[in-house]
Design a protein. Structure first.
Lengths: 497, 434, 129
């Protein structure tokens, strides 16, 4: 590699842990003191100040600013994590959502406007997905999935049916089986067809009176549209089962095709993927769940309803048929408001354009990369596609090596080793917000990696070399399990370990 | 507004490279019958100034609301750091080499939460306090011999509701509710003793939903001898600034809501669930965890660890289905705790407690006494009818959260909360208008 | 790939050595290699009675979890405590110091149903294809 570009410059590696900077009396912060706290009766006190580092404001700012420079974000450059839809997060949405900061959810007069906006978002998501009802409370995609599966479970419980099996194609996300288990189901993996999509004709053998639902992701994690989904839905419905859709990849079909029209009964969407809200280094996300009319009464409490005067209020207590609450309050409200801002900013034509360009960008990358890397499925794809390391592996270069090498070119790597149906998978989703130059730069990086793997494969094992640190020893971390700075195995001093 | 940056020439280059004539051909693999013919009826597109005009929100003038979501002073550095795109726009740190900022901050958050609660370890965050309780219950049920869950009735009602939702399908025989003493608002210790057994996991909130601080020593005495597993629930994390760390009483888990640490009320969310436990339970703990490691050159580095508990590896046998959680909220908490420091956190907590006592005094002068006599931190329950409450709200004063719906046995009442964000003048304003 | 001659093998890649009605059980060289660096092992308590094919342990690497299954019916009479602190022994010495449990065999005839080294080698080679 001809010296990969630096992601950013790193003045100090490692940045010492915050407690290393601590010294008594450093923190000089002035705390608001409206009350006389010299005598506070009836408080079983700890007897001393809590266990925290004592550092100055400047220490705090420098420490976390330095840490931030060790990160890679979407404003740095392309972040092609497949099935994660890392698109640009509009700044206006942050600004609008910040206006919620000082509103307490029990401040009923102020909440009227918030609930009105949330109701509007519910209606927009119903329109985009072709579904009849929506609950915004799940705080993340997996939470939405769990909520959706509980809704399905409740529908059977109410009818007195004891169906327990959920079918999950082998291309599914790991959260799918985990969510099903908590909702009290037993999962059964079913293979997708040779073309990378589930074939209706192959489904029949798995259907019986114990099957509660099939969980499908459409387009699936290979980026392939499940073209037989309508027939699959019909088979399930004839069997008395439901079709659940994981909406992780909704960005590919937004404004073009609606899950509700495909026969989907219940689904979740990821506002932090499709609707441009930031992922925050692992949340907060938001995973609204949407259902057809038949399942609406089982959605989690509370419900946003109109009162006598036409304003919006919460019906707080769970109705008897609701699965109950899934969040202590209203889910990730400010994330919902960001998504609302995003949808209003783009409008109907913009949403469809986003889906179209997301597919165009992915297909552009695929056209340029498919001759250099193994493309395990020739079936047409939409917003993402999966390559493998089959051509490089012979020279000892793995998907992991290529992912780490991409960091040296200033990119976040794609999703790796997923889906499991492809050995050594590299799952690439550029999203619609990547400029052509960035796509071309990514292609050039991949071309160089392919060339290096032919000519100097050893070099790739050493990557990343331009990232803040070299490869991290995950085995050491798992064997030693040092999870806090109080662990006695951490030696004092700047070096940490 | 569109965030797509291709112009006409660039679009043509892309189409030519792919080998299609028009953009819509990318959808050729979607059957015609499944296409949506009409434009989506969603409103927009709008320019930024119109969005600013249309999406405005205004809090009431004076509020005394808490109940698990609290308005506290947030140092300016918290927003400044949390709005850095390197933190806010990054994904879950699957690639540690370019995610050290997120990972080290998570490790520091874990360290501070473990220190504050007096526990050995912490996870990197949960969705909120209610799901943290539900996950802790599932964690307990995975342990040997635990078959039922008991929880105090004075634990936040929405938490108990979420707990019931999560446990509906575990096959265990319902959740046992332990009553409170109607005079003090504290747990009924005799009922507690009768309700727990070695096959029970017990959860107690303190300060409880009524703001009353529970007699932790007596509870611990019973729980550590009789319960198979027990946990302390905290919904006002700022109480950790002054009260004895719950870990001192020897529970298996301390969990709850840490929104008070640098996260605004946000009309209800995002919140910040936390879960701290002992090392012996590390492999049963739900959620992501950052661990210390080193890179290939021996430098300090961090990565996600204990991943084999998680859904992407263990799938249906995972300890939880949690994936994305509340990373940025945990970062805010870490920056907040760093900015406040030991003295600042204690002072803010004492202000809350002092403010509650100040308002109680003013109300007492006017003949309004708290319903419960137990010692409180910064919240208390007072009698108030609906008409009075609605009248106050019309005048921009929100006196608290009506709780009668959850606790019909205590009559018309509100849960009133005071924090360092309230002023003496606001307290007088409420007292004069009640 | 090391496959000692004197041991018995299962299709799930456990090995067993028999002495005085007891079977010492571990995982094979092939299994430890497939799993990668082992970071954690866990066993049921001594005294647990198990049937052939039941899990008698869990082995974790950073990216995979695998159960260890009982080659025969029996009672767990001993577990290898050393592996709790030094799981890496499984990678270094899987047939020696990284044995996992000792079973008291309830039905000696089951031992004959296990593969010998030659059969196991053929089995692994077929699986690798």
């Amino acid at each position: 590699m001809s010296g990969g570009q630096r992601v950013t410059r790193f003045p100090e590696i490692p940045e010492p842990l915050l407690n290393v900077r601590s010294a008594p009396g450093r923190n000089r912060r002035m705390i608001p003191a409206p009350f006389d706290a010299s005598v506070v009766e009836g408080l079983p006190e700890a007897g001393g100040p809590p266990s925290l580092p004592d550092v100055s404001e400047v220490d705090t700012v420098r420490h976390f600013t330095r840490l931030s420079r060790l990160n890679y974000g979407i404003d740095h450059g392309m972040y092609p994590l497949g099935s994660c839809t890392m698109k640009y997060n509009p700044k206006i949405a942050e600004e609008i959502a910040a206006r919620l900061a000082r509103i307490h959810p029990a401040d009923a007069p102020a909440m009227g406007q918030v609930l009105k906006c949330l109701k509007t978002l519910e209606q927009m998501l119903q329109e985009i997905c072709g579904m009849d009802a929506c609950s915004l409370w799940p705080a993340a995609g997996a939470h939405g999935e769990l909520t959706g599966m509980m809704v399905i479970r409740k529908a059977f419980d109410i009818r007195g049916e004891k169906r327990r099996t959920v079918l999950i194609p082998d291309t599914a996300h790991g959260t799918n089986p985990a969510s099903c288990t908590i909702a009290g189901f037993v999962t059964k993996n079913i293979p997708s067809g040779p073309e990378g999509y589930l074939e209706a004709s192959a489904l029949g053998q798995h259907l019986n009176e114990d099957v509660a639902a099939l969980m499908i992701t459409n387009p699936n994690t290979l980026g392939i549209f499940e073209r037989e989904i309508r027939a699959i839905a019909d088979l399930l419905h004839a069997n008395g089962s439901y079709l659940y859709m994981d909406g992780a990849n909704l960005n590919a079909v937004m404004g073009v095709a609606r899950p509700g029209d495909m026969g989907v009964d219940c689904m979740h969407v990821n506002l932090h993927k499709t609707f441009g809200t930031p992922h925050g280094g692992g949340g907060p996300g938001s995973g609204p769940v949407l259902v057809k009319k038949e399942l609406a009464r089982f959605l989690p409490a509370p419900f946003i309803v109109r009162d006598e005067s036409g304003g919006f209020v919460l019906r707080a207590r769970p109705s008897e048929e609701s699965i109950g609450m899934v969040h202590s309050c209203l889910g990730n409200v400010s994330v919902c408001i960001k998504a609302l801002t995003y949808i209003l900013s783009l409008g109907p034509s913009g949403l469809r354009e986003a889906a179209t360009v997301a597919c165009l960008n992915a297909l552009y990358l695929k056209s340029r990369l498919k001759d250099l890397f193994d493309l395990p499925y020739a079936t047409p794809t939409l917003h993402e596609f999966v390559l493998s390391d089959a051509r490089q592996k012979g020279r000892g270069v793995t998907t992991m090596d290529m992912a780490k090498a991409l960091m040296d070119f200033g990119f976040h790597p794609p999703t790796v080793y997923f889906p499991l149906v492809v050995a050594g998978a590299l799952m690439i989703e550029p999203t619609e917000t990547e400029p052509l130059e960035e796509l071309d730069r990514f292609i050039a990086a991949m071309e160089e990696i392919a060339e290096t793997s032919r000519e100097d494969p050893e070099k790739l094992h050493e990557s990343p070399r331009a990232a803040p640190i070299s490869r991290v020893d995950e085995v050491w971390a798992a064997r030693n399990l040092i999870l806090t700075w109080s662990d006695e195995r951490i030696q004092p001093g700047e070096k940490g370990i | 507004m569109s965030y797509v940056s291709h112009n006409g020439a660039e679009l043509r280059k892309i189409l030519e490279t792919i080998g299609i004539a028009s953009p819509d051909e990318v959808f050729a693999s979607i059957p015609e019958a499944l296409r949506y013919g009409s434009p989506l009826a969603v409103g927009g597109p709008e320019d930024e100034e119109s969005l600013r005009r249309d999406l405005a929100f205004h809090p009431s003038r004076v509020t005394f609301t808490g109940g698990g979501i609290h308005r506290h002073y947030i140092p300016a550095v918290v927003d400044a750091i949390a709005s850095r795109q390197e933190f806010s726009t990054a994904y879950t740190p699957y690639q540690p080499e370019i995610s050290q900022g997120t990972l080290q901050a998570a490790f520091e958050y874990q360290s501070m939460m473990a220190g504050l609660t007096g526990m050995e370890i912490s996870n990197a965050s949960m969705y909120d306090g209610a799901t943290a309780l539900a996950e802790a219950a599932l964690m307990a049920l995975r342990g040997k011999g635990i078959e039922r869950i008991a929880v105090t009735r004075s634990t936040q009602p929405t938490y108990r509701s979420v707990l019931a939702t999560y446990l509906a399908h575990t096959g265990q025989d319902g959740i046992r509710e332990i009553p409170f003493d109607p005079k003090t608002g504290r747990v009924d210790l005799r009922a507690l003793e009768e309700s727990v057994s070695p096959d029970t996991a017990l959860f107690v909130q303190s300060p409880n939903y009524f703001g009353v601080i529970e007699p932790m020593e007596q509870i611990a005495e019973i729980a550590s001898h009789k319960a198979g597993f027990w946990g302390v629930v905290i919904t006002e994390a700022l109480s950790l600034g002054v009260l004895t760390p719950p870990g001192a009483f020897g529970p298996d888990v301390v969990l709850g809501e840490a929104q008070s640490f640098g996260n605004p009320a946000n009309a209800g969310g995002p919140l910040l669930g936390f879960l701290c436990t002992r090392k012996e339970h590390a492999r049963r703990m739900p959620g992501r965890v950052a661990g210390l490691s080193k890179d290939s050159e021996g430098r300090q580095a961090f990565c996600l660890t204990l991943s084999t508990r998680e859904q992407h590896i263990r799938r249906e046998k995972a300890t939880s289905n949690i994936c994305t959680n509340q990373g940025l909220c945990a970062l805010r908490a870490a920056v907040y705790l760093s900015a406040m420091g030991p003295r600042g956190l204690r002072e803010a907590a004492l202000q809350c407690a002092a403010g509650a006592r100040y308002l109680m005094g003013l109300l007492g002068d006017r003949g309004i006494r708290p319903i419960f006599s137990g010692p409180v931190f910064n919240e208390f329950v007072i009698p108030m009818d609906e008409g009075k409450r609605a009248g106050l709200e019309k005048n921009g004063i929100v006196p608290g959260i009506p709780i009668t719906g959850w606790y019909p046995e205590i009559g018309r009442a509100v849960l009133t909360t005071v924090t360092e964000m309230n002023t003496q003048e606001e307290c007088r304003c409420l007292a004069d208008n009640v | 790939m090391e496959i000692p001659k004197e041991l018995y093998y299962t299709q799930d890649h456990e090995w067993g050595s028999v002495e005085d009605g007891m079977m010492r059980v571990g995982i094979t060289d092939y299994a430890q290699h497939e799993l990668g660096d082992i970071v954690f092992v866990e066993f049921p308590e001594v005294g647990t009675v198990i049937a052939k094919g039941d899990p008698i342990g869990t082995v974790e690497s950073v990216k995979a979890v695998s159960e260890v299954y009982a080659p025969v019916d029996g009672e767990i009479v001993e577990i290898n405590e050393a592996l709790a602190d030094t799981p890496e022994l499984v990678n270094q010495d899987c047939y020696g110091s990284a044995w996992m449990v000792v079973l008291k065999i309830s039905d000696p005839s089951q031992v004959d149903t296990l593969m010998d080294a030659q059969a196991y080698r053929a089995y692994v080679e077929a699986e690798a294809k």
